[in-house]
Design a protein around this ligand. Sequence first.
Ligand code: GLU
Length: 496
Amino acid sequence: MSKHVRVRFAPSPTGPLHIGGLRTALFNYLFAKKNSGDFIVRIEDTDQKRYVEGSEKHIIGSLEWCGLMIDEGPYRQSERNELYNEKINELISLGHAYYAFDSKEELEKLRLSYEKKGETFIYGYKNRLALKNSLSLKKEETESLIGQGKDYVIRFKNLGKGEVVCFDSLRGKVVFPINTLDDKVLYKSDGTPTYHFANVVDDFEMKISHVIRGEEWLPSLGLHWLLYDSFGWDKPKFVHLPLILKPQGKGKLSKRDGEKFGFPVYPIKWVSNKNEMPGYKEFGFLPDALVNFLALLGWNPGTEKELFSMEDLIRSFSIKGLNNSGARFDPEKTIWFNQQHIRLLENGFLEQQLVDVLEKKGILFDKKKIPVVISLIRPRLDLMTKIYSASKCFFVRPSGYDKKGISKVADASSLGVLRDLAVIFQNSSAFILSNLKSDIHEYSKKNSLNFGKVLGLIRLSLVGELSGADLFEIIGFLEKEEAVKRIETLADYLTK
Ligand code: GLU
């Protein structure tokens, strides 16, 4: 029988959670839920120098907003030192780790002298007996140095020969020649473990069945593999996820790309003492849309289907569907996803959002009309933050006119055209929209006017700009008197 699935998301609190990290969390979550397993969060805060205040809150807040429910944790490595102490002592007694007393200055000197020879200094099997450590010193010397309180680190004793053959579920065999690996520091001189050691100990102790993490950790796999072997522990399965690539397709997506192309890189806003960066939430994205497009960056459902709810994703997810090459990030496509998810929202939810924003702005409205407005704006609404700008024209007259719009549709004849249109509207006795449309069409034809431009003028007068809901739906909603009033207002504006 296969092991109970337990996966972990193990971020370091060195800053806000970006969408790359969120995608790692998401794949872990989907895999756990698909297999009725547990999704664990572990904060890897072994490097206190890199600790950034507020990051844990941001990480957890982002997971919550996206609906990634944590089954266990968050654990914090800084609270688990006792365990690491116990395990490092075990590794020393097994003969796979040793004390090293070399000072920073001594190591720096060595590094420079190697550099002079055109070589790279690697603390390892070739030179460790010539260095100051518990392998080269006598037992009593080691004990006395430790007794005197001399600073030391604890290093992994690498075998030095052969190769370590690892296995990654996406890439298959990954082989590291052991002589290229150094004797990595597992314990620092401040008495705390390094990332590698705490990470492996925790994955074992927490009974993690699958380690699903970013590709940037693949080079560490050799060492991790050797650590498991040294303890004689069973290994989890490893999956190293491909990178998310820049919109141009080359290189890893970075924070700077967000600034350059104008898209957010964090799920929710990040507030630091210097500034505030809006996240997907503040940009007007729905969490379902973010989850949907992130899942498709590196995972292929094997069908043409693109729209997924969280439940759909859980049902369809499998490690086999993960790609082993990078996935290009397409900011425009993310908006398309959001638009699709807005279409799927319940009416009541959108209606409430609109009511809230209108009330906040102190705009009077007839509550009975809210459902109609929502049905009119929903097809084009791509960001939740646009809910007000998209529905404003139904409640208030334009407060001004978009300059670009004016230069596009208005010319010397526009004033006369608007006056004529007001009359056509006025004379449309039953105000049947299809009749009105053909009246306008006929009028344009008779006067050799571009029909599209004429409609543009009407839109400009009703909305104030050239975008928005279907024009005749807007006319129908406003009704004759209001539409005529707005057409005349634009005419007055153009006379000025
Ligand atoms: N703490 C590591 C990170 O920040 C986690 C690596 C892993 O998942 O093993 O990405």
